[in-house]
Design a binder for this molecule. Structure first.
Ligand code: ATR
Length: 276
């Protein structure tokens, strides 16, 4: 039995074991994917122990996507560029780090990428960093606005992006309480505002910032429709949550680990929302 696991903290509501274990079953692979919740205090020790374990691969999630990097033996150039690793493959006993979040994020909006010139990113943490890099590489973006609860973090993200920038692009930053001018082709929530005990929070009121063609993307997948997405629905906009991204990043990780193509569309997405 090939063993894989998700490392993060806290991990109580992850859909990843279901996704990977169903894919193993679908392809007849003797594999098992489990959850390894590691508390921050014991992270270094547990990771060192895992280095000599029989696991063939891991997913790494919040809050360890950066902390894991010093423990790797090699890192894929894309993961190195975004400075975040969400997938490890054990290759000849060595740990190699990858980032499949960027692929996952882009896949559900693949057909629309060529139309995205003005983009509003809400949040400035690790997820926002990955999203901005992915968009800078794959869209004709000319105007990028980053709004964050703590504007200083948006400014830091801006300086990281500017250092990598190889095209003409205006990057603005602001606070979530700012009422910014301008209409956006894509508005993305990368913050946790809208889930868990922040379920009743709308991270940013975009009512002055959309046209009929604006796409609204919330990286949160639980609940299925955050208040942010309800607002998009009420405005008759195309919107999507983070489930497609979650499945697509899992697909890429699975393919890195097994070398086998992840079956397309075999998952019944409603299984994730039985209680909604
Ligand atoms: P991740 O890697 O998932 O992006 P993170 O790096 O901790 O996690 O970033 C979390 C993001 O959500 C940040 O932009 C954070 O804002 P701050 O920079 O001000 O911390 C944002 N965030 C967290 N809680 C929030 C809240 N209650 N309202 C608005 N934004 C919030």
């Amino acid at each position: 039995m090939d063993k894989y696991a998700l490392i993060g903290y806290p991990l109580s509501h992850s859909f990843s074991p279901q996704i990977h274990n169903l894919a193993f079953k679908e392809l007849g692979i003797a594999g098992n994917y489990e959850i390894l919740q590691i508390e921050p205090d014991s992270f270094d020790l547990k990771i060192l122990q895992l280095k000599s374990s029989p696991y063939k691969g891991f997913n790494i999630t919040v809050p360890y996507k950066k902390n894991i990097i010093p423990f790797l033996d090699a890192i894929d150039p894309l993961a190195e560029k975004v400075n975040a690793v969400n997938t490890i493959k054990k290759d000849n006993g060595k740990w190699v780090g990858f980032n499949t979040d960027l692929f996952g994020f882009l896949k559900p909006i693949k057909e629309r990428l060529a139309t995205l010139k003005s983009i509003l990113v809400i949040g400035a943490g690790g997820a926002a960093n990955a999203v901005c890099f992915a968009l800078m590489e794959s869209t004709p973006v000319e105007f990028l606005t980053i709004l964050n609860r703590t504007q200083k973090n948006a400014d830091i993200l801006k300086s990281i992006l500017v250092a990598e920038l190889n095209k003409n692009m205006v990057i603005k930053t602001g606070n979530l309480t700012d009422k910014i001018a301008g209409k956006f082709d894509l508005i993305i929530n990368t913050t946790s505002a809208g889930m868990g005990n922040l379920k009743t929070v709308i991270p940013y009121d975009f009512s002055d910032n959309f046209t009929k063609n604006t796409v609204v993307y919330d990286l949160i997948y639980n609940p299925k429709k955050t208040l942010f997405l309800k607002m998009a629905h009420e405005c008759n906009l195309f919107f999507l949550n983070g489930l497609e991204m979650l499945i697509a990043q899992a697909q890429k990780s699975f393919e890195i680990w097994t070398g086998k193509e992840f079956p397309d569309n075999f998952l019944d997405k409603d299984i994730f929302y039985k209680n909604d």
